[in-house]
Design a binder for this molecule. Sequence first.
Ligand SMILES: CC(C)(COP(=O)(O)OP(=O)(O)OC[C@H]1O[C@@H](n2cnc3c(N)ncnc32)[C@H](O)[C@@H]1OP(=O)(O)O)[C@@H](O)C(=O)NCCC(=O)NCCS
Length: 163
Amino acid sequence: MKAQGHAVREAGFADAISIFNLIKVYPDEVLPRPISGIVENIDRFLVCERDGEIAGAVSWQILPEMGRVKDPSVEIKSLCVAKAFHRQGIGSALVAAAIAHIERLRPAKIVVLTFTPAFFARFGFKECPKETLMHKLYMGCINCSKYDSPFTCPEVAMTLDVL
Ligand SMILES: CC(C)(COP(=O)(O)OP(=O)(O)OC[C@H]1O[C@@H](n2cnc3c(N)ncnc32)[C@H](O)[C@@H]1OP(=O)(O)O)[C@@H](O)C(=O)NCCC(=O)NCCS
């Protein structure tokens, strides 16, 4: 799979430690993930390799909607690009490829919580009130170790409609 000139591929177990170490570089922007969680969800990771190393990774999580089985949302998460490779289009290639993967599932929307809303706005994501993402709040934010309330957390909630 090629997106904007960068080879993005599905991750394999051999990538798990590199992904783990990359996520750890950004404890303020990206929630740390245990290595077991990365391995269990490796089929929901894409990576971009440069010069034989993992230069970036992205993942997603399905957020079921109670009572609306056909309409889950999908959250893009764990997006990170190694600092040496910033501003070379790798983050964009990863997000474009993740959106293409997720769209095949035909979810109601794609969700992201981010400190870089301008980056996600380039893909059509629009800011939304966190109160509209109760599935995300209950599946993720409720266990947050960084902020005591999603309503005062500084991350910006955004959604992209795909239907
Ligand atoms: C956000 C991040 C993934 C972007 O990756 P990247 O490979 O540098 O992004 P790209 O090169 O594809 O950027 C394309 C455009 O997006 C915009 N952009 C990139 N990084 C941005 C940022 N941090 N804030 C706002 N806009 C940004 C710019 O317009 C850029 O174009 P330009 O370089 O011509 O100005 C990367 O900075 C990163 O890993 N940050 C730390 C972790 C993080 O914040 N992850 C997001 C969690 S939701």
